[in-house]
Design a protein around this ligand. Structure first.
Ligand code: G3P
Length: 194
């Protein structure tokens, strides 16, 4: 199982990278805002800095929600560095955008996934990664790790190549259970790893 760090904080990324076990980084608009990164140029420069620090897949999320805008935004993000993975929300236009990126050789991370049905749609569109949100599922009274097991089973039976990226990880228990459930990647806040 690969370890990604879920933050836009450069010090935390460096700390995780220094451990020698970091395989990539995921960010999202609220994590970028938390670091005070605003505006197209500042965002692009921040992603460039992350890509130069960590040699692995770096998820950069689109802000728009229409097919045309997501494609335009994703093309700009993908041009920042070859390791950029365009993070696209699980909405109808998002599926369409993922398919477009797949057909045009751009890697994607389908985010905000809460069901196995959504994970099937993401895989059919050719997403590189699918991100089920475990912690949020737990918050609503269900068991997020069970969803990882279900998706892992379906992807295995169907031979889907999309990697399962367990997101919204809150603690070490999530990480070990995800590893047992067949997640390909866990993206974690630094304090859940250390
Ligand atoms: O990886 C998704 C993450 O950033 C959301 O986490 O803890 O706010 O549900 P959380």
């Amino acid at each position: 199982m690969k370890f990604f760090i879920d933050t836009a904080n450069i010090d935390q990324i460096k700390e995780a990278h220094d451990l020698g076990i970091l395989d990539g980084v995921t960010t999202n608009p609220s994590l970028m805002a938390k670091e005070g990164i605003k505006g197209e140029e500042a965002i692009a420069n921040h992603y460039k800095t992350i890509c130069e620090l960590v040699d692995g897949d770096i998820s950069a999320e689109v802000l728009s929600t229409s097919f045309e805008e997501m494609v335009e935004e994703g093309k700009v993000l993908a041009a920042i560095h070859p390791n950029i993975v365009v993070k696209v929300p699980m909405i109808k236009d998002g599926i369409k955008a993922i398919k477009w990126f797949t057909d045009n050789g751009i890697k994607t991370n389908c985010t905000l996934v809460f069901s196995a049905g959504q994970a099937i749609l993401a895989a059919k569109a050719g997403a590189t990664y699918v991100s089920p949100f475990l912690g949020r599922i737990d918050d609503s009274g269900w068991d997020g790790v069970q969803l990882i097991e279900e998706i892992a089973h379906i992807y295995n039976v169907q031979g889907f190549k999309t990697e399962i990226l367990a997101a919204s990880i809150r603690n070490g228990n999530h990480i070990t259970r995800c590893a047992a459930a067949g997640a390909d990647v866990c993206t974690c806040p630094l304090d859940s790893i250390l």
